[in-house]
Ligand binder design. Structure first.
Ligand SMILES: Nc1nc2c(c(=O)[nH]1)N[C@H]1C(S)=C(S)[C@@H](COP(=O)(O)O)O[C@H]1N2
Ligand SMILES: [Mo]
Length: 181
């Protein structure tokens, strides 16, 4: 009974504190690997980085973001409704540019954004500058999930204009890795 009570108390405390419990360390959800001048981790470790290693990735240094760190950057909201979607989706997250700047990625770098299903898109500096790209972490007010379109959805606003298939193909859901060339 005592044990049950303390679990109930802990759950209530967590609910009051909100979704994030500051005392509990969070895992990184997005890795920016390669040419980063402010790395916060070292080289790929084949044991601990099993998924990346399985995907034949290698890097000497990287900058990793937890969800809280992405959420602590200035947030941008975009609203998109693409033909075939069930309706308007409001996406929220930091600007790609701010995340790349935090990691120390050069403005003239080409990046490759890769998703959990290995879908990947290369973005040149020109393509990066052509749109207000965001790293969405919330959709319609709910956090993006693994198994859904999370952990991160790389997307840009369309100012209400229709998006072409080619453009939509540059949006990457289930994003977890950005490699800097
Ligand atoms: N992770 C991931 N992102 C992806 C894809 C994919 O297969 N995997 N397909 C792309 C393509 S080609 C298109 S048209 C859109 C399609 O998905 P949606 O219309 O359901 O967003 O997502 C893009 N992003
Ligand atoms: Mo597509």
């Amino acid at each position: 009974m005592q044990r049950l009570l303390s679990i109930a108390t802990a759950v209530v405390a967590l609910l009051i504190a909100g979704a994030s419990n500051a005392a509990e360390p969070e895992p990184p959800i997005l890795t920016i690997a390669g040419e980063v001048s402010h790395p916060n981790r070292g080289a790929l470790d084949p044991f601990h980085d099993a998924f990346l290693s399985h995907k034949d990735k290698t890097f000497a240094k990287a900058f990793v973001f937890t969800r809280s760190v992405l959420a602590a950057l200035p947030q941008t909201k975009i609203s998109t409704n693409v033909k075939g979607w069930p309706g308007k989706v409001e996406l929220e997250g930091p600007r790609l540019l701010d995340a790349l700047t935090a990691a120390g990625v050069a403005t003239d770098a080409t990046i490759v954004a890769t998703a959990l299903d290995s879908y990947n898109v290369e973005l040149t500096p020109e393509e990066r500058a052509a749109h207000d790209w965001i790293l969405a972490i919330n959709a319609n007010g709910a956090p993006l999930s693994i198994g859904g379109r999370g952990p991160v959805w790389l997307i840009h606003g369309t100012d209400g204009k229709a998006v072409s298939q080619e453009e939509e193909a540059t949006w990457v859901w289930a994003l977890y890795l950005i490699e800097v060339k």
